[in-house]
Write a protein that binds this ligand. Structure first.
Ligand code: 3HC
Length: 302
């Protein structure tokens, strides 16, 4: 028997490349009304402009009718305050990779949102168990019924960039996550047209525990002068049929995001194989974040 996700309205926190993509597939594929919140008005403006562009492209390619595109766009409403998400059935947090930031957001969710709402994080590597601990209502013990219920509705729902194109969602259970939360979150990802894999709550889960050492090794090859940027990327693209070389992919994900994930992996495992390369650290020091701000291993003018 298929489990219903029960999401009549979705909240998305963060209108960056991930949050916007999640809002897009939820509105277009799962056909669910979305309330989108970001503290930066500029980010929301850019996000909505990208959504219009993606919908127009799908119409131009004959994949959807203009009515369907309009319906999807009309399902997305911007809310100016986190409080505006108070009646959603599920929220997906897609802000930057910082544990203190996510802890404060999940504490606010616990205080503001309905007690039966699912609280999902799109984190790439931060412990879902730690995030869930922040959703225990204030003044309540984690072991009490209210504490367990608060944390039990937290789950990891890890989408991949670009969300409209990538077919996977990785589902991560915190120690506290209830089976019902997991089933509903999985059903929601499937309604968004995604295939779902599950991972235990270990640093980086399956995806980034494998991807980040690969990217880091490529950066170290460049650092050591083993090969040029283009030869490293071409080797992987043509030799292994990867759609992008690892340096191109690092730029695409964002070098700041790659570094934050690698730091979480290294701190969480204390395994030297996850230690970020000095070159990556220096590029982030220089505020070269990759495609998102025009300069990374490559230069971007669009
Ligand atoms: N948003 C939405 N759609 C996008 C997009 C974006 N940012 N970038 C590209 N696309 C769409 C294009 O519009 C095009 O759609 P169409 O088929 O409808 O025309 C389609 O993707 C293919 O794009 P292009 O023809 O322009 O270019 P490519 O064939 O080179 O594909 C790519 C682009 C899909 C990005 C491909 O290079 C790719 O798959 N790269 C690897 C991406 C990847 O590995 N992502 C995972 C990153 S890890 C992650 O997200 C986890 C996190 O925790 C770090």
């Amino acid at each position: 028997m298929s489990i219903a996700h029960g999401v009549r309205t979705l909240g998305v926190l963060g209108a960056g490349q991930m949050g916007l993509g999640i809002a897009f597939v939820s509105a277009l594929r799962a056909k669910v009304p979305v309330l989108l919140h970001d503290r930066s008005e500029d980010q929301v403006k850019k996000g909505l402009a990208l959504m219009d562009k993606l919908l127009a492209k799908d119409v131009a390619k004959g994949r959807i009718t203009s009515d369907l595109a309009k319906d999807a766009r009309d399902r997305v409403t911007v809310v100016n305050e986190l409080k505006g998400l108070r009646d959603v059935d599920m929220v997906v947090e897609a802000v930057s990779e910082s544990l203190p930031l996510k802890e404060s957001i999940f504490a606010s969710f616990a205080a503001e949102l309905r007690p039966d709402a699912i609280l999902a994080s799109n984190t790439s590597s931060i412990s879902i168990t730690k995030i869930a601990a922040a959703a225990v209502p204030a003044g309540t013990s984690a072991a009490s019924d209210a504490g367990k219920a608060g944390a039990g509705r937290v789950v990891g729902l890890h989408f991949f960039n670009p969300v409209p194109v990538m077919k996977l969602v990785e589902l991560i259970s915190a120690l506290q996550t209830t089976p019902e939360t997991l089933d509903r979150a999985r059903a929601f990802a499937i309604a968004c047209g995604k295939e779902v894999t599950t991972s235990k709550d270990v640093p980086g889960f399956v995806s980034n525990a494998l991807l980040m050492p690969f990217i880091n090794e490529a950066i170290m090859c460049l650092e050591k002068g083993t090969a040029t940027r283009d030869d490293i990327d071409t080797t992987l693209k043509l030799g292994m049929n990867h759609p992008m070389g690892p340096l191109q992919l690092a730029d695409f994900i964002g070098l700041d995001t790659c570094l934050a994930i690698q730091q979480t992996l290294y701190e969480g495992t204390r395994d030297s194989k996850y230690r970020p390369s000095v070159l990556l650290e220096r590029m982030v020091d220089a505020q070269w974040y990759g495609r998102k701000n025009g300069k990374g291993f490559y230069e971007y003018t669009d």
